[in-house]
Ligand binder design. Structure first.
Ligand code: ATP
Ligand code: MG
Length: 418
């Protein structure tokens, strides 16, 4: 069997319009060579409340409300909003394994359309992808947290698990990112459960729990998180910001999509391009720029060098963009002295994780040197003073607390000058 035999030729995009509790069909995606081409449906274009699924930006064509086929921007295999709704490396592994069994090969073996159609329906944002335009059938198979952690662990170790657990794991497969994860609900609140696996040597979930908590204490608007345990593993529950309650959903676009970049070109994404977009297109640009600067400083202070363009996102309501709460702020294991952020924050390409360089870039974020210095001093003081108590409050082990301190978190090199 070749991949083209199993590639479905087309699929239908359904959307939860702002404030709606049921989805409507927005259009069709068709695989043409290696691209996914999108066309709005007539019924959607005829709606008075239709919104473009993705705004045009200086960097990429979005999906304006026009009739006819719309090809992805040059260099992309799908429009960003569609790519953002698809599984990433973790979800792709789940689907690949389900499709091709335990001897499954490479995630590149299946086409994007298959990943879109076979992943769970409770996607990040407000889109789903379905085989039919007339009936909506959600692919929603829940499992308990224990079962999901167990299945995730078995998958990463290449072991067998039951079809029921396969279904439950598939439910969360549409969520992006590389770490093992699943989706959970508690009443009207919805969570992403991220978990460690037995092959981890770094305390990932504890590191992310403390990273998010410190960011919060530094004044960053963060998604609420809670560290817990299941099936003998650390689990981080992250409350979803794209599910405001009452069955509604919010459209979300990654910074990567807004900048029109393919994930393989993510290294070209910069904070400074994002800044220009924020000034032009975002709600409350000055406050958003200050928040962006604070997030950069916090990443330097806690050693989060995984601040790539899929780890920043914006809500889109058809009229304006708004920065989402911060997520995935996680101290990254480091062995060398100096570290670099994933995206350049200075106009001349500065990426060094150094606080003085951040302050030098203050003007880019609409801040004076004094304002930037105050933010930096505040974040350093909060982290220094609150670290031990925050670790205790969260139940971080002594080993993880000592491992992270001044190695990932507040590493001496962040104070270097020049
Ligand atoms: N609180 C949240 N609400 C809604 N969507 C979220 C939230 N947190 C994360 N996401 C979405 O889920 C995706 C995966 O989450 P996250 O970045 O935490 O996973 P990860 O596996 O650690 O990622 P990475 O590959 O960057 O290490 C994000 O790219 C984002 O689209
Ligand atoms: Mg991420």
């Amino acid at each position: 069997m070749t991949t083209s035999d199993i590639a479905p030729p087309k699929a239908f995009v359904w959307v939860w319009l702002p404030g709606h509790t049921v989805p409507v069909v927005a259009g069709v995606i068709q695989a043409v060579d290696s691209e996914l081409v999108f066309a709005y449906g007539q019924s959607y274009l005829a709606r008075a409340d239709a919104i473009p699924l993705q705004p045009d930006t200086d960097h990429a064509n979005g999906l304006p409300l026009v009739d006819g086929a719309q090809r992805p921007p040059d260099g992309l295999d799908a429009h960003g909003v569609i790519r953002d709704a698809a599984p990433d490396s973790w979800g792709q592994q789940v689907i690949l394994r389900r499709r091709l069994g335990r001897g499954a090969g490479d995630t590149g073996d299946l086409p994007l359309l298959t990943y879109l159609l076979e992943s769970g329906s409770n996607r990040i944002g407000a889109l789903d992808v379905q085989a039919r335009p007339d009936v909506y059938v959600a692919r929603n198979n829940h499992g308990t947290l224990e079962e999901l952690v167990e299945a995730g662990d078995r998958l990463t170790r290449g072991l067998a698990f039951s079809p029921e657990l396969d279904d439950a794991l598939t439910y969360g497969s549409s969520v992006g990112g590389a770490r093992p994860k699943a989706l959970l609900a508690d009443g009207s609140r919805e969570f992403i459960a991220k978990f460690s696996v037995s092959t981890d040597v770094f305390p990932w979930m504890q590191a992310e729990a403390i990273g998010m908590e410190l960011a919060r204490r530094c004044g960053v608007n963060t998604a609420p998180t809670r560290l817990t345990r299941a099936a003998g593993r650390d689990v981080l529950l992250v409350e979803r910001f794209d599910r405001p309650g009452a069955g509604t959903r919010r459209l979300v676009l990654s910074a990567l999509s807004l900048l029109g970049l393919h994930e393989q070109a993510a290294r070209h994404a910069t904070y400074t391009d994002l800044v220009d977009l924020i000034r032009l297109r975002f709600r409350s640009p000055s406050a958003t720029l200050e928040e962006m600067f604070r997030r950069i400083v916090v990443s330097v202070v806690i050693g989060n060098t995984d601040d790539h363009a899929r780890n920043h996102a914006a809500f889109w309501d058809g009229a304006s963009l708004e920065l989402t709460p911060a997520f995935d702020l996680c101290p990254q294991p480091r062995s060398t002295g100096e570290a670099f952020l994933a995206m350049a924050y200075g106009r001349s390409g500065q990426r060094q994780a150094r606080l003085t360089s951040c302050i030098e870039a203050a003007g880019t974020y609409g801040l004076s040197t004094n304002q930037a210095t105050e933010i930096v001093d505040h974040c350093v003081t909060v982290v220094r003073d609150a670290y031990d108590a925050a670790c205790t409050d969260l139940g971080i082990t002594d080993a993880a607390r000592d491992r992270l301190w001044q190695r990932e978190i507040l590493h001496p090199s962040i104070f270097y000058r020049g």
